[in-house]
Design a protein around this ligand. Structure first.
Ligand code: HEC
Ligand code: HEC
Length: 489
C-alpha cells in the first residue's frame, strides 16, 4: 500500500468500530447466489435513492433522505446549474462574466437533464463535449512538479488547457473540434458482427496559430451527475485496498489510485472525479468547470479570464463580470457552495426488474466474465461523512474508482497527473440503463464513441481485455442477458 502511505491516506477504516467493520464486510461481500436479488439491491444509492417513476427526469431528483431545509438549498443550486450566464458587461449584472472563452453558457448545457452529453452527430454541435489540451513535462523541473503532484500536466502555451469553441462577441473563438470515424468489424461468438467506430480528432479554424507539437487532444463527453456525494463519502481505505499497482495477485488487473492535491488546502488526497480521477472533491471539479467550461471566476479559482493565456492579449483585455458590490469574483459565494451541494445530491434512481430471471442470469455472467474486478458492485460509505444523508449507506456504484490501462484503442495519449495516456478511471455504472430514457441516446465511454452497451464493452482492452474476450465469447442469449442486467442498473 505504498500509494496510501505516500499520501498518508488511511489504509484501514478509521470511522468504524470492530463490530461495524464486520457488518460492513458481510454486506459488501460479492454476490454468490444469483437465484434472487440481494438484500437492499433495489436501492442503488442507499437511503438517498430516488423511487420516483423512471422518466426523462430520472437523474434530476434530490437525495431522498435530505432535510426540508437542504431541499431548499438543492433548489437554489439547481437554479444556478441551469442558469445561462452572459458576457460582461450586461444589464443583468448578477449573471455576467461568461468567458471570454467558453464551451457552454450553463452547466446544464453539457450535463443535459443532469445526465450525459453526446458527441456531435451530423451537425456541428459539440456543446456537451470538449477537447482537453495538454503536453507532457519537458524539463526536470516540470517532471519534478508532476512527481510532487503540483501539476497534472502542462497547457498549450497559446490555447491553454482546453479548446474553447465559443467566445464573447467580437473575440475569435479558439477553433472547432472535428471528429471522423473509421469502422472496423468485430465478430462475436455465434457469428454476429458488430461495427466499432474509431474516432479521429482534429481541430479546424484554429484562431491563434498552430497548437504546440507535443500537445495531445483528450476528448471528453459530459458524464451523468448522479450519486456523486455518495462517491465522495466512500472511505479512502475501501478504494485503496482494491489497488494492486504491481498486479501482485496476478489477475492481469492492477488498478492504481489517483493522488491529487486538494485545490484549497494543497493536501494530497485520493482523486475520484473526472475521467482520469483528477479531482478529489466535487467542489474542485465544479470550480474547474466554472473556470474552464464557462470562463467564470470563483473564490477557489479567482482568475477572471478563464482559460485565456498570456499569448491571447485580446482575450485578457476583455472586461470581467466582477461586480464589487456582489463580491471579488464573477461567481462569488454562495454560488460555488450551492452548485456543489446540488451536484452532491442528485439521487441515484432505484433499480428496475431486479428479480427478473434474465437480469439475474445477466448479473451472474457479469460476475463470471470478470467485470467486477473493476466495476466493484458495492460499498458502505463512511459513518463520519460531512453530509448525514451520505453517511453509512450501502451503495452500488459498480466502480472501484481506480485508474486502469484500457489499452491502445481507448488511449488518448494524455497524461493527467498519476494517470498515463492509456489509463481511465472505472466509470460507475449506476443509472446507465436509464441513459436512453433521460438523454434519448445511448452513446457511451469517455468520448461517446460507443453507440450502445455492446460496443462499450467491446472497446475494453488492456487490463480489461480478458473480460472483453469473455463477453465476446458468450453465446448470443447470454450476451443479451448481461446487457439486460446493465439496463436494470
Ligand atoms: C462544456 C461542457 C461542460 C460544462 C459546461 C460543464 N461540464 Fe461538468 N463535466 C464535463 C465533462 C466533459 C466532464 C468530465 C471531465 C473530466 O474528465 O475532466 C465533467 C465532469 C463533471 C463532474 C465530475 C463527474 C464525475 O463523474 O466525476 C462534475 C461534478 C461536474 N462536471 C460539474 C459541473 C458543474 C458544477 C458545471 C457548471 C459550473 C459543469 N460541470 C459544467 C462537461 C461540462
Ligand atoms: C480493467 C478494469 C475494467 C474491467 C475488467 C471492466 N471494465 Fe468496464 N470500464 C472500465 C473503465 C476504465 C471504463 C471507462 C472507459 C472509458 O470511458 O473510456 C469502463 C466503462 C464501461 C462502460 C461504459 C460506461 C459509461 O458510462 O460510458 C460499460 C457499459 C462497462 N464498462 C461495462 C463493463 C462490462 C460489462 C465488463 C465485463 C465484461 C467490464 N466493463 C469490465 C474498466 C473496466
Amino acid at each position: 500500500m505504498a500509494a496510501g502511505g505516500d499520501a498518508a491516506l488511511p489504509v484501514t477504516r478509521t470511522d468504524l468500530d470492530p463490530k461495524d467493520q464486520k457488518r460492513v464486510e458481510a454486506v459488501t461481500r460479492p454476490a454468490t447466489d444469483f437465484s434472487k436479488p440481494e438484500q437492499f439491491e433495489l436501492m442503488a444509492g442507499g437511503a438517498a435513492t430516488s423511487r420516483a417513476t423512471p422518466n426523462g427526469n430520472a437523474f434530476s431528483h434530490f437525495s431522498a433522505n435530505i432535510t426540508f431545509e437542504e431541499e431548499q438549498t438543492f433548489k437554489l443550486g439547481n437554479a444556478l446549474f441551469t442558469k445561462l450566464w452572459v458576457s460582461a458587461p450586461s444589464s443583468t449584472q448578477a449573471s455576467d462574466g461568461l468567458g471570454p472563452l467558453f464551451n457552454a453558457r450553463a452547466c446544464q448545457s453539457c450535463h443535459l437533464k443532469d445526465g450525459r452529453g453526446h458527441p456531435p452527430e451530423g451537425s456541428a454541435d459539440a456543446t456537451s463535449m470538449f477537447l482537453r489540451l495538454a503536453r507532457p513535462a519537458r524539463t526536470d523541473e516540470e517532471r519534478e512538479a508532476i512527481a510532487d503532484y503540483r501539476k497534472l500536466n502542462f497547457p498549450d502555451a497559446v490555447y491553454g488547457a482546453q479548446l474553447q469553441d465559443l467566445a464573447v462577441p467580437g473575440l475569435k473563438s479558439e477553433g472547432r473540434m472535428q471528429v471522423s470515424y473509421e469502422e472496423t468489424p468485430v465478430t462475436l461468438a455465434g457469428g454476429e458482427v458488430v461495427q466499432l467506430r474509431k474516432p479521429i480528432y482534429s481541430v479546424t479554424d484554429l484562431g491563434f496559430g498552430p497548437l504546440e507539437g507535443d500537445v495531445t487532444l483528450s476528448p471528453r463527453v459530459a458524464p451523468p451527475m448522479i450519486g456523486m456525494g455518495l462517491v465522495q463519502a466512500i472511505h479512502e481505505a475501501d478504494i485503496l485496498t482494491k489497488a494492486d499497482p504491481d498486479d501482485r495477485d496476478g489477475d492481469g488487473i492492477s488498478g492504481r489510485p489517483a493522488l491529487v492535491r486538494d485545490h484549497r488546502s494543497g493536501e494530497l488526497k485520493l482523486g475520484r472525479f473526472g475521467f482520469k480521477a483528477q479531482n478529489a472533491s466535487i467542489r474542485d471539479q465544479s470550480s474547474s468547470a466554472f473556470a474552464g467550461d464557462l470562463g467564470l471566476s470563483t473564490p477557489d479559482d479567482p482568475f477572471d479570464h478563464g482559460d485565456c493565456t498570456k499569448a491571447q492579449a485580446e482575450c485578457l483585455a476583455r472586461p470581467t463580470g466582477v461586480q464589487k458590490r456582489l463580491g471579488p469574483v464573477e461567481a462569488p459565494d454562495p454560488v460555488l457552495p450551492l452548485v456543489t451541494f446540488y451536484s452532491e445530491n442528485l439521487a441515484v434512481p432505484a433499480r428496475r426488474a431486479i428479480g427478473d430471471t434474465t437480469v439475474l442470469s445477466g448479473k451472474e455472467l457479469f460476475y463470471r466474465s470478470g467485470c467486477t474486478a473493476c466495476h466493484t458492485p458495492k460499498f458502505v460509505t463512511r459513518r463520519d461523512a460531512g453530509n448525514k444523508a451520505h453517511a453509512f449507506q450501502l451503495i452500488w456504484p459498480y466502480s472501484d474508482f481506480l485508474l486502469h490501462d484500457m489499452g491502445e484503442g481507448l488511449a488518448d495519449g494524455q497524461q493527467v497527473g498519476v494517470a498515463d495516456g492509456r489509463e481511465w478511471r472505472t466509470q460507475p455504472l449506476w443509472g446507465i440503463g436509464l441513459t436512453e430514457t433521460v438523454n434519448a441516446h445511448t452513446f457511451f465511454l469517455h468520448d461517446g464513441r460507443a453507440r450502445n452497451l455492446t460496443e462499450a464493452i467491446l472497446w475494453h482492452g488492456g487490463e480489461a481485455g480478458k473480460a472483453r474476450d469473455a463477453f465476446a465469447s458468450l453465446a448470443k442469449p447470454d450476451r443479451a442477458a448481461l446487457i439486460k442486467f446493465l439496463e436494470s442498473l
